[in-house]
Ligand binder design. Sequence first.
Ligand SMILES: [Zn+2]
Length: 71
Amino acid sequence: MEDFIKTNDGFIQVTCHFCFEPFEVQLEVSSENFLKNSEIIDCTICCNPNKIDYEVDESGIITLSITDGND
Ligand SMILES: [Zn+2]
């Protein structure tokens, strides 16, 4: 599942894995974390943990997927 929108203020709008509501996250996109990254971020609407796997290159975030962070 890939679903994200880059907003103008540096945030990424993603869709919650649990409640399917959009919420905004801020992810690190520096040259120190090019390629694979993952973070667990709680949904601002339902508070469930979303595991966000994303890849970064010099143009910013190139892929992003959201799965269940309850592992
Ligand atoms: Zn949610």
